[in-house]
Design a protein around this ligand. Structure first.
Ligand SMILES: [Zn+2]
Length: 323
């Protein structure tokens, strides 16, 4: 157990596109934060230099000594070895030790978490899950990330592994997923999955999709489909109905296993939550006899893009509280 936790804590959120760094006090007050593009293709050394610069920058003018640093990184990661393993979103960063250089440079304890876990911890600490004992967070973006926080601690699987809720099976006849299975949740309900389904549908000249994509399937994005749904285009309404169905089925599965106080919903796809809400709720309501569905609240994420830095800082603070 670390002894001296008086001071400020850094939270680093390392994504495939951006890196964010925030400076926090133990009570959750954010003192400063900054972000920059990570430009992963330039390699891990350049990325690390960028992280150092952001850390130095948020520390300018801080009155408190630095007590700890937490990192939430896009996965997969090897938490115990402190290594990023991801060749998908951080190309060239395979098996990169990110913890040792930060520990050697700043001489403080370093926490290292999967970014879905750190976002969940952030929302539990200062966001939509505040004051709840059991908080599940689901982030619908490029993939579907899940994190579960129980009594203030990130739930971990065997060998400290991070549970991958994005790969629960929704439809065995669904599209192939990169994990090797078919019909995983994220192959049906992530942003790219919604776009991929739309891209292979026939569309008529002059239709909403044709007009807004220039009749180029590659230009059909989830955002375009959600805009078409709001506009009342019937094809887009169908695609969003289907996405809402898959989102609802996945949420029911998570509820069945974990029965959290709340599921916090985040990510770009959830910007259209209000449109999908009645459809998602209808699926959840079907299970009300088994699950106390009305007790498991669906909450929109409250911290937005800052959830990761909040959670990473909290993970560093937790190092002082764990044995
Ligand atoms: Zn999968």
């Amino acid at each position: 157990m670390f002894k001296n936790n008086s001071g400020a804590f850094i939270g680093v959120d390392l994504g495939g596109t951006n890196v964010r760094v925030g400076l926090f006090l133990e009570d959750g007050q954010i003192l400063n934060w900054q972000q920059d593009e990570i430009l992963a293709v330039r390699g891990p050394q350049a990325g690390l230099q960028k992280i150092y610069r952001l850390i130095e920058s948020v520390l300018v003018g801080a009155n408190q000594p630095l007590a700890g640093i937490g990192i939430g990184s896009t996965g997969p990661i090897d938490r115990l070895r402190g290594c990023i393993q991801n060749p998908y979103t951080l190309p060239g960063w395979e098996d990169v030790d990110i913890v040792s250089p930060l520990r050697e440079k700043y001489k403080v304890p370093i926490a290292f978490e999967n970014d879905a876990d750190s976002a969940a911890l952030g929302e539990y600490w200062m966001g939509a899950g505040q004051g709840k004992e059991r908080v599940m967070m689901v982030t619908f973006g490029t993939g579907i990330g899940t994190g579960l926080v129980l009594n203030g601690k990130i739930y971990r699987g065997v060998d400290g592994a991070h549970p991958e809720g994005g790969h629960i099976l929704i439809d065995p006849n669904g599209p192939e997923c990169y994990c090797g299975a078919r019909g995983c949740w994220e192959s049906l309900a992530s942003g790219p999955a919604i776009a991929a389904y739309a891209q292979q549908l026939p569309f008529q000249e002059g239709s909403y999709i044709a007009q807004h994509s220039g009749s180029d399937p590659q230009e059909i994005t989830a955002a375009l489909i959600f805009a078409g749904d709001r506009d009342g285009d019937q094809t887009c309404v169908h695609i969003v109905d289907r996405a809402a169905q898959h989102i609802g089925l996945g949420l029911v599965s998570l509820m069945m296993v974990t029965l959290p106080d709340c599921i916090v919903l985040g990510g770009g796809v959830m910007r259209s939550f209000e449109r999908m809400k009645p459809r998602i709720n209808a699926i959840i309501e079907k299970h009300h006899v088994i699950i106390p569905a009305k007790k498991v609240r669906l909450e929109m994420a409250a911290l937005g893009q800052q959830a990761g830095i909040y959670g990473a800082a909290k993970a560093a603070i937790n190092l002082f509280e764990e044995q």
